[in-house]
Design a protein around this ligand. Structure first.
Ligand code: SF4
Ligand code: SF4
Length: 117
């Protein structure tokens, strides 16, 4: 089991999760196949130690324990696993500082991706 980054991260990518990961297992895609690997961060499932530190840090509430990923985001679990086959195209994400989204923005992002709120 691992923690999973879901599509709620897509195009938000504020990297707030990166700095708290004790094992540096949150990656950014550097390849060109953006149809397969969209713009979000990815947790390496075999490197993740299940500490849970990243989950509350994500302002977009995009991170879930694998067994609690919502049904509408079920494809995001294999997507995180797929990065293990393309590790040359990934690197540990740098951590940058971004503004905190508003509660309205967070809810709007969830609606955009079909998560009932
Ligand atoms: S659960 Fe812990 S080890 Fe896994 S990605 Fe999050 S911070 Fe890193
Ligand atoms: S904090 Fe959340 S939205 Fe930001 S990069 Fe990490 S998973 Fe994505």
């Amino acid at each position: 089991m691992a923690y999973i980054i879901t599509r709620l991260c897509r195009d938000c990518v504020d990297t707030a999760c990166v700095g708290v990961c004790p094992v540096d297992c949150i990656y950014v895609y550097k390849g060109s196949d953006h149809a397969s690997f969209p713009n979000q961060l990815y947790i390496h499932p075999d490197e993740c130690i299940d500490c849970g530190a990243c989950e509350p840090e994500c302002p977009w509430q995009a991170i879930f324990e694998e067994e609690t990923v919502p049904e509408v985001f079920k494809d995001d679990t294999p997507l995180n696993y797929a990065m293990m086959e393309k590790t040359d195209d990934f690197e540990v994400s740098p951590s940058e500082k971004h503004d905190q989204p508003s509660a309205e923005q967070i809810e709007e992002n969830k609606r955009k991706w079909g998560l009932a709120t």
